[in-house]
Design a protein around this ligand. Sequence first.
Ligand code: ZN
Ligand code: ZN
Length: 230
Amino acid sequence: MTQCLWCEEKIEIALTFSGLFLEKAKKEYICNTCMNRLEPVSNKHDQCGTCCKPSKDKQCQDCLKWKKIYPDYDFKHRSLFYYNHFAKEYMEKYKIMGDCELALLFSSQLNNCFKSRLKDSVFIPIPISGKSLTVRGFNQVELLLENAGISYIRALENISEEEKQAKKNKKERMEMKQPFVLKNGVESQLKGKNVILVDDLYTTGRTLFHAADSLKNCFPASIKTFSLFR
Ligand SMILES: [Zn+2]
Ligand SMILES: [Zn+2]
């Protein structure tokens, strides 16, 4: 029997032949009731075509602003779910309280989202600062990818010693300095590759734009960005 990792409700699964060989990443860890508390980005019609923010315009104001700062970067962001009340509760328990088993909750959804891209893409999780790593004990983005069966490379290092982003207001976040440096020797692994930068949550975009900017000297073929929540 499988139980929902969030509410402990039993999850009914139809066992098929291939189901007998289910890998960790293919199994469901979230029940339908909990799933229905989430708001999938794909269901929303009125959204920015560049960053999926709910918007009546084709491109939202934030994206227009970013385009002025990074005119040469063909930015394209995708997310699975909007950051609603349930998503906040999840992040609180998983990231802040450190319940690392919850990294599995969306593993099959994440695996589904990327399974067609696994061969032709290089996944790079956004690194957290050394301070955060000491406090939390794990990088929440890496753990999401691992549990979803997505291999990644640690191409970036977060050298910031700043306070947590959550404590900052929008203006302060937008003005944050570049926190990332490229790790030695990763250039050859990224040159000509389709890179997917992965974060847990997209708020202002500041973090992902910094990360993308720090990769440009590696000359990847493309840099797309993804976050579990938007
Ligand atoms: Zn549930
Ligand atoms: Zn946008």
